[in-house]
Design a protein around this ligand. Structure first.
Ligand SMILES: NC(=O)c1ccc[n+]([C@@H]2O[C@H](COP(=O)([O-])OP(=O)(O)OC[C@H]3O[C@@H](n4cnc5c(N)ncnc54)[C@H](O)[C@@H]3O)[C@@H](O)[C@H]2O)c1
Length: 341
């Protein structure tokens, strides 16, 4: 009887132990037979120890440097704040360790271009962009590839929430979950809409920016909290992206809304329902927590697949720079938040 080959599991170090890492670690746990997070590094040692205990991680360090000095790692998962990403990517590359780095790769497009050039050929790098891995976008992408609605003629995506309208306790729900968003110069587009833009690129291909207008209303926000953006696809279809986090009467958080109007049908995503209307009608329903957590797990599994098989990452640096270039163009054209208040 032949014994199946047992490959060694990937040894992963997690850099950052903040809010988002609960979802990263759940994703790593989902592929525990292929990879193990063996260490976690965060200058906030209390937070690092909390995560380590919850997810059974044996080594905790106060810095990524200390982690690299003491551990033998195959890969790192960077989930620290954006301003640390480039330096951490360079550090990991200098140690020959594969890197998955949370979005945004850097605070500006130019800094992202520089770090990508600096580490080219030194290591493999994937940007952790998980929205496009949400199951409804994968299914929607399949429908588009099957030609169910024909050529897309118009598209509209919206994010309207009351996250920056005080709730009955006087709190701002959007900042309760992630307080750092209030401190960012580049807030709504660079932190949140970057996901929508990346997903629209995944579904519709290359986009060019036609119009952008940013605005600022909440005193709790340093950066912009509303945006009106229009792209055009390579085939000339307009794509509207509208967002505002201070919309009275809306829910504090909103699930995804996207309408694609095609030659032969319409696709509508409204929360957890994806519909195709027209000749090839279909409806799919999703579960919100499963879809949300599943997107982190799918992005992480994609990273490990790419390393195991030597296949390209969907969100490789070249691809991600295109998303960042649109983000940069929106800031250049949309005006700074304070100019637009
Ligand atoms: N859907 C998503 O994919 C998603 C959601 C939320 C956040 N994010 C991204 O994840 C990253 C982290 O966001 P968060 O919400 O967890 O932030 P957070 O503020 O909750 O946590 C950041 C953590 O990083 C630590 N840190 C700071 N400097 C560090 C360094 N040099 N080395 C190691 N750790 C360091 C901090 O001490 C803190 O514990 C950001 O890039 C953010 O844009 C992505």
């Amino acid at each position: 009887m032949s014994t199946p080959a047992i490959e060694p599991r990937l040894r992963v170090g997690l850099i950052g132990a903040g809010w988002v890492t609960q979802h990263h670690l759940a994703g790593w746990q989902a592929i525990a037979d292929r990879a193990e997070v063996v260490a976690i590094a965060d200058p906030n040692l209390d937070q690092a120890h909390r995560r380590a205990e919850a997810f059974n991680i044996t080594h905790v360090f106060a810095s990524a440097e200390a982690m690299f000095d003491r551990m033998t790692l195959d890969a790192v998962d960077i989930a620290a704040p954006r301003e640390t990403h480039a330096q951490l990517v360079r550090l990991a590359a200098s140690r020959g360790v594969a890197v998955m780095c949370q979005k945004p790769l850097a605070p500006t497009y130019d800094e992202a271009v520089q770090v990508v050039a600096d580490v080219a050929g030194q290591t493999r790098l994937m940007v952790h962009e998980n929205w496009r891995f949400r199951q409804y976008y994968r299914d929607l992408g399949t429908w588009l590839a099957e030609g169910r609605i024909g050529r897309v003629l118009q598209a509209e995506m919206t994010l309207f929430t009351s996250g920056l309208v005080p709730d009955d306790k006087g709190l701002l729900p959007a900042l309760e979950r992630q307080p750092f968003i209030g401190t960012l110069d580049r807030a709504l587009v660079m932190e949140i809409l970057i996901h929508h833009i990346d997903t629209l690129r995944y579904l519709l291909g290359d986009l060019s920016l036609q119009y952008a207008r940013l605005g600022h209303a909440s005193e709790a926000m340093r950066g912009e909290d509303r945006a009106a953006i229009c792209f055009e696809t390579a085939q000339g279809a307009p794509v509207l992206l509208m967002a505002n986090l201070r919309v009275h009467g809306r829910a504090a958080a909103q699930s995804d809304r996207l309408t694609l109007i095609g030659e032969r049908g319409t696709i509508e995503l409204e929360g957890m329902t994806l519909r195709c209307l027209g000749e090839q009608a279909a409806t799919l329903q999703y579960d919100a927590p499963t879809t949300y957590l599943g997107s982190y797990a799918a992005a992480i599994a994609h990273f490990v697949d790419g390393l195991d098989r030597g296949t390209p990452f969907e969100t490789n640096p070249e691809d991600n720079l295109q998303t960042l270039s649109l983000v940069e163009a929106i800031y250049a054209r949309g005006g700074s938040a304070t100019e637009q208040s």
